[in-house]
Design a protein around this ligand. Structure first.
Ligand code: ZN
Length: 192
């Protein structure tokens, strides 16, 4: 498919609306990283507001992302992947509702693998306290007690963080601990 026809097909698929928030303003195609070749399956149609917040992770407006309540039910894998990634980012802010949505979000295993795929350049690996690189789905043990603000509990030294995923920063990972999906600094984790 040529680039023009991908964008045309995206507009059609999204009914000329942002596939995340349904806005029809300033739409463009967003290719979900990591990407080697553009394809319709790996693109979503987004408005400028969604795009800005996807790219500038420090400028997230949580209220804007209430739209994921609807868009996460999309049958399109690419929309599920972006919903999952954004909800995981929001999850670190201690809001509560993103975690509830994540628990409800139905996502096939292979789509989840894609969602968890490394979003950063490969020359910047995420490593544990011993310099061992994290891999998607691995487990690690806490090397110190740490209070988790968003989840309101203390992760104890020795606790095991499972099903680890990479974040868009090399200094943190996310993983499951005590039934929560939380973001943790890599400075307190040892891969097991
Ligand atoms: Zn939007």
């Amino acid at each position: 498919m040529s680039i023009d026809s991908i964008d045309g097909a995206l507009l059609k698929r999204g009914d000329s609306k942002c596939e995340l928030c349904k806005s029809d303003e300033d739409l463009s195609a967003y290719d979900i990283p990591p990407i080697t070749q553009r394809s319709l399956d790996k693109s979503i149609l987004v408005c400028s507001s969604c795009l800005h917040q996807i790219e500038e992770t420090e400028e997230m407006d949580p209220n804007h992302w209430r739209c994921l309540n609807d868009s996460m039910w999309s049958e399109i894998a690419a929309v599920q992947v972006m919903s999952w990634r954004i909800l995981n980012r929001l999850n670190g802010l201690g809001l509560g509702w993103p975690d509830e949505l994540l628990e409800m979000l139905y996502i096939e295993d292979d789509v989840k693998k894609w969602a968890m795929a490394n979003m950063r350049p490969v020359d910047e690996p995420t490593v544990d306290i011993n310099g061992v690189p994290f891999t998607v789905g691995c487990s690690a043990v806490m090397t110190k007690d740490m209070y988790i603000t968003g989840a309101n509990f203390t992760a104890k030294r020795g606790a095991v963080v499972k099903n680890i995923g990479l974040t868009n920063k090399s200094t943190s990972i996310d993983g499951n601990l005590n039934g929560f999906r939380i973001v943790l600094g890599t400075g307190y984790l040892k891969i097991i």
